[in-house]
Design a protein around this ligand. Structure first.
Ligand SMILES: [Zn+2]
Length: 166
């Protein structure tokens, strides 16, 4: 249900107890869009506090991506303010983990699984490669068998989870 806590217009603290900032939520011409749990707790944006290395990686990849492709890629959970733990995610506490949606052929900013016809493997592979170029990627979890060097895990069909080295 909609309440004050998940009102996206409600002001949020600019940085958390670690000094991490929230990923910009409505950036112009940045190559990415954000997705989250608008009608659930935590509110949209609350799960997008990023370690400075992660912030730099997403912003740089976004700018590079925007020069290559008119579609935007979807950025989901990073970490909660202060790195607190939640029951639904084992990781995502350091600000160095991010969930990203694969690209869709139709460019719609919606979920897609690697096994769906709308999934764009070429673009998704290119996006993963950009992260390797612009950041120290430790691990990428995603179940598409057509992309090399991925770790497979349950519930990683409609997003790839990317860990950076701290
Ligand atoms: Zn994840």
């Amino acid at each position: 249900m909609f309440n004050q806590d998940n009102d996206p217009r409600r002001p949020r603290p600019p940085s958390d107890s670690r000094g991490f900032f929230m990923l910009p939520q409505a950036p112009m011409d940045s190559g990415y869009y954000v997705y989250g749990n608008l009608y659930q707790r935590p509110a949209k944006g609350a799960y997008q506090y990023a370690h400075p290395l992660m912030m730099t990686a997403i912003l740089n990849v976004g700018l590079e991506w925007q020069a290559m492709d008119t579609r935007r890629f979807g950025v989901g959970d990073i970490s909660l303010p202060g790195g607190i733990k939640t029951p639904d995610h084992g990781g995502h506490k350091s600000g160095l983990n991010v969930d990203i949606r694969p690209l869709r052929k139709d460019g719609r900013e919606e979920p897609v699984k690697w096994s769906d016809p709308e999934y764009d493997q070429v673009a998704t592979y290119a996006l993963i490669n950009l992260f390797h170029i612009f950041a120290q990627v430790q691990r990428v979890i995603f179940n598409d068998p057509g992309i090399p060097f991925l770790v497979r895990a349950e519930r990683h069909d409609d997003h790839f989870h990317l860990d950076l080295r701290g």
